[in-house]
Design a binder for this molecule. Sequence first.
Ligand code: RB5
Length: 152
Amino acid sequence: MKVALACDHAGFLLKERIKDYLAEKGIFYEDFGTFDEEPVDYPDLAYKAASAVQKGEYNRGILVCGTGIGVAIAANKLKGIRAALCSDCFSASCARAHNDANILTLGARVMKKELALKIVDVFLETPFEGGRHLKRIKKIEKLENENCLKKI
Ligand code: RB5
């Protein structure tokens, strides 16, 4: 398991805590920034980690901003990325089992760090169920292929 991590300034402290947690668990990660609490633009950071997941260099990504919303919106613009904003363990479990989400997004300003770590755990440990859910993922891929027009 290789995890790509990124955050904006609002997510920096939670991302640092997640790094410690992954290290404790012996899970390999790469930190794509940001590296302090100086204001940055979340799409730039979301793109760095999400594109590494998109290329297949990392199995999963975890993105953190203030609410988890901005990084989710940005990451989901990349073809093949299924980023899920989760604020509870049940959603994290379904994001993996049903949606085969490859990126978890978290809101550092809306949840306690300990809950965020539990969500990370569930997200990394839950396998995709396949079966009827695979058909639905294929439909998402079809939407990407047919409706994501490239703007010049
Ligand atoms: C930064 O102030 C904040 O807007 C950002 O972290 C995030 O919550 C955006 O969705």
